[in-house]
Structures are given as structure tokens and as C-alpha cells.
Design a protein around this ligand. Structure first.
Ligand code: GLU
Length: 469
């Protein structure tokens, strides 16, 4: 039997990191089993779907390494509407489902409770199809539904506790539970690996498989991803969109490595491991049952390590979208013609060790390309104290006299200027840094001044000095 797994996102919003994790788990499982990964877009909720979300899913998957053309699909659930209806009709004809026209109020009046599940009122009343009549599945009165779950063992659900649930609405349209089963069946899915939040659907879905006469798949319900307050990650509250992380400058390699560590760990005391190791070692049945904390700080640290591990040339390439403002990435503050690739290449190794996400490259290097630096006024006020004007005067004079404009000479010169005032280098550099780069933190100062060049450095120092009059 060829293993066939599927990832079945609904295109109702940005692509969630939890979804990306399920996609990767499916992807690896298929690979390990010599199986097939199917992508199905569950687009039947017409009110909430948008084509751009579908495109977002495809491109985000592509980004984390599930590339277009290397899987089966994408299929669109809406294209199978005929099959969904046919299955609903089969279930009705075989007596496994029946029509019901009860409203919520009818049910409440009968049971006296707002919370009571459906009471089976129409089970044997012989109501036929008609406008407004929903189709309900007749769940067995006895026995239990045992779900085989690679992560959870064999969760068992007593059938008498499962209400006769709706499989098609009053307008005849099949609901998610049924459409999802019919698609899995039509696509020959053998293993359903998905988020834990679907576990309550599973006994119902397994009953549908059985009623339609097909052996149910093996399931694997992966625990949810939570924030630091142990709340399920929510798109309203938390940063969950994979696209947002991509645009901020997370590397795909770091992201997918991190996502796979949510609830699982490779052998040894390692977390940052090559993808091939994860593909080898990952075991679905080793995934923890407890919810997994999505720790953005840790992801950031991870990303920094991935950035530092890049060969410089690759780092330079990886920065390009932020240096030019490609696609959904905001353009940098400089004009394209102001950018100088050689100057960037000269400081790139210095930046590479300092940034955790690629978007941070921009504030680190903008001083090199802008005609005048973007002055951070708070940094200015904090740094430019009594004596800064005179210090800048002396530094300008000393720098003007330099024969060689190199980091080493700049450093020893400024050190000497500071020493005359009894200042350590850190204190002496601060006003120079703010004058030249506009900020109090950034790349190593003297290398920066070397790359910026004599004229531009001195012009900025003189301009700052004038502001201090
Ligand atoms: N479309 C469903 C979701 O995004 C998929 C459910 C499933 O994987 O079975 O939650």
C-alpha cells in the first residue's frame, strides 16, 4: 500500500505557523514512507475564502521547501462538490442518514436545554428532502468508535455519546465533516496527520468512512501550538503568519528546523540540525502529547545562528530583498541609485554577526547610502552632552590630518583625542557614531567610517558640530 498523506488548509487567512508545521510533518512522513504528499485547498467556505490566501499558502509552502510541482495537487475542494452531494445522497438512500427540519428553538423546547445535543427526534419520522431540511447522520446506538492514532494510541469514543450530526445543510450543501472525508476517500488518503483541534471530529468522520464502505485512514493528531501564556496561537492575538516571518527576514531553513522542534527533538543534545537529519530522525509517534510553545525569542536566536552560518556571499544574496524592497517587503529609506554594492559587501561580514533577522540589515547600513544619516533624536539628546562640540572639533581636526583613512588609524586617532580629555574610547566614539550614523548602536564604528570614506565622514561630523552651536 502506498502511503498517501494530505495537507488540507482552508484559504481563510494568512498561512499559520501551526499549519506550516503540520504540512512539514506530513511532508516528512510521506518521504520516509516512500509515499505521496497531496495538497488540497479546502475552499468551500465561499464567504471566508479569498484567492490571494490560496496563493499565499502555495508560496509559503514553497518557501519552507514544499515546492510547487513536487507534490500532487493542489486540488480544490470546491471542484468535488458533486462527489460530496453524491455521498450525502448515498448515505440517505442506505438509511444511514435522515432529514430533519428542527430548529434550535424546537430542540430547546423539547429538551429544555440550550446546550443539549440533537435528540434524534426525526430518526424515524420519515421526513423527506425539502428546502430547509438538513441531513443528519444516524450514529450507532451501541458500541464504540476506536480511532487508531499514531500519536495518541487508540482514543475510544462511545457511540451513544455522539449525536446524530448534520452532514448536509438545509440548502443541500454538504458540511466540512463530510466533504473532508469524501475528498480523503476519493484521493486515496491513507494517513491523516492534522492538528489536535480536529480530534473531536474524528469519531464522526470515521463513522462516515465506515458508512460509506471504505476502510478509514490511520490518524495522527498533533498537539496545538501555544503562546507564552499557554493559549492556542491565534491570528488576532499572536504573530502567526508564516509570511510575516518571511518578510521580517527569517530564513526558511531556520523556520522549518524550529517548527519541527515544536513537540519533538532530534537525537543528542542538538536543536540546530541539518534538514536531512530531521528527515531521517523525525518520528510521528515521538511527538509529545502536550501543547508546544512557539517561542519567538528562541526562533530569533535560531535565526541568528542560521544567518551566521551562511557563507558571506550567500548572506549578501539573502539580504537583497530588504536592500531593494522586493514584493511585500518595504523599500529601504535610500533611493536605488544611492545603493553601493561594494560598500555593502565591505560591511556585510560585520553585519552578519550582529543581526538576528535579515530586515535588521537596513538600519545597520542605511548611513552608508543616504546623503545624510537618519538621526534618531532620542539618541542624539542622550549622547550629545557638554563637551561633545569640542570633542567633535578635535576629532574632525585629527581625522583631517590622517594620511591613511583606515579603521586602525581612525581608531588610534580618536583614542588619542579621548585620552586628552581623560575619556575612554567608548565615550569618545559615541558622539562620532551619532553624528555619522544617526544612532547609538550599529556596526563597528571605525570599519564603518573607513567604508563611508573621508569626505562623507567629515561632512557629517561638521554638520553635527554646527547643530551643537
Ligand atoms: N481545512 C481544515 C483546516 O484547515 C483541514 C482539516 C483536516 O486536516 O482534516 O483545519
Amino acid at each position: 500500500m502506498t502511503v498517501r498523506v494530505r495537507f488540507a488548509p482552508s484559504p481563510t487567512g494568512m498561512f499559520h505557523v501551526g499549519g506550516a508545521r503540520s504540512a512539514l510533518q506530513n511532508w516528512i512522513y510521506a518521504k520516509q514512507q516512500g509515499g505521496v504528499f497531496v495538497l488540497r485547498i479546502e475552499d468551500t467556505d465561499a464567504a471566508r475564502n479569498k484567492p490571494e490566501w490560496t496563493e499565499g499558502i502555495l508560496s509559503a509552502l514553497d518557501w519552507i521547501g514544499i515546492s510547487r510541482g513536487s507534490y500532487e495537487g493542489p486540488y480544490f475542494q470546491s471542484a468535488n462538490a458533486g462527489e460530496h452531494r453524491a455521498a450525502a445522497a448515498r448515505l440517505y438512500e442506505s438509511g444511514r442518514a435522515y432529514y430533519c427540519d428542527c430548529t434550535r428553538e424546537d430542540l430547546q423546547a423539547r429538551t429544555g436545554s440550550q446546550y443539549q445535543g440533537y435528540d434524534g427526534y426525526h430518526r424515524d419520522r420519515g421526513l423527506g428532502p425539502g428546502p430547509g431540511n438538513a441531513l443528519r447522520f444516524r450514529t450507532p446506538d451501541e458500541g464504540a468508535t476506536v480511532v487508531v492514532d499514531l500519536i495518541r494510541g487508540e482514543p475510544t469514543f462511545e457511540n451513544k455519546l455522539i449525536e446524530d450530526f448534520v452532514i448536509a445543510r438545509g440548502d443541500g450543501s454538504p458540511v466540512f465533516l463530510l466533504a473532508n472525508v469524501v475528498d480523503d476517500m476519493t484521493m486515496g488518503i491513507t494517513h491523516v496527520i492534522r492538528a489536535e483541534e480536529h480530534l473531536p471530529n474524528t469519531p464522526k468522520q470515521q463513522l462516515l468512512w465506515e458508512a460509506l464502505g471504505v476502510k478509514p485512514p490511520i490518524w495522527a493528531h498533533v498537539p496545538v501550538v501555544v503562546n507564552e501564556k499557554r493559549q492556542k496561537l491565534s491570528k488576532r492575538r499572536d504573530k502567526v503568519a508564516l509570511e510575516a516571518y518571511r518578510d521580517e527576514g527569517y530564513l526558511a531553513g531556520a523556520m522549518r528546523n524550529y517548527l519541527m522542534l515544536l513537540g519533538w527533538a532530534p537525537s543528542g543534545d542538538r536543536e540546530i540540525v541539518p534538514w536531512s537529519v530531521i528527515e531521517d530522525e523525525f518520528r510521528l509517534d515521538e511527538v509529545n502529547l502536550s501543547s508546544a510553545f512557539f517561542d519567538e525569542k528562541k526562533l530569533r536566536a535560531f535565526n541568528g545562528e542560521y544567518i551566521r552560518a551562511l557563507p558571506v556571499a550567500e548572506f549578501i544574496d539573502a539580504c537583497q530583498p530588504w536592500l531593494t524592497g522586493t514584493g511585500t517587503i518595504a523599500p529601504p529609506p535610500w533611493q536605488p541609485e544611492e545603493f553601493d554594492a561594494d560598500a555593502f559587501a565591505a560591511v556585510a561580514p560585520l553585519a552578519q554577526t550582529r543581526i538576528a533577522v535579515l530586515s535588521e540589515i537596513v538600519p545597520n547600513v542605511d548611513f552608508l547610502f543616504l546623503a545624510s544619516p537618519l538621526i534618531d533624536e532620542a539618541a542624539w539628546t542622550k549622547t550629545m552632552k557638554d563637551g561633545s562640540a569640542e570633542l567633535l572639533d578635535d576629532a574632525v581636526a585629527a581625522f583631517e590630518a590622517l594620511e591613511s583613512w583606515d579603521a586602525e588609524s581612525l581608531k588610534s586617532t580618536l583614542e588619542a583625542v579621548g585620552a586628552e580629555r581623560g575619556l575612554k574610547l567608548g565615550k569618545t566614539q559615541a558622539p562620532v557614531r551619532v553624528a555619522v550614523t544617526g544612532r547609538t548602536v550599529g556596526l563597528p564604528l571605525f570599519e564603518s567610517l573607513e567604508v563611508l570614506g573621508r569626505e562623507r565622514t567629515l561632512t557629517r561630523m561638521r554638520a553635527a558640530r554646527l547643530r551643537l552651536v
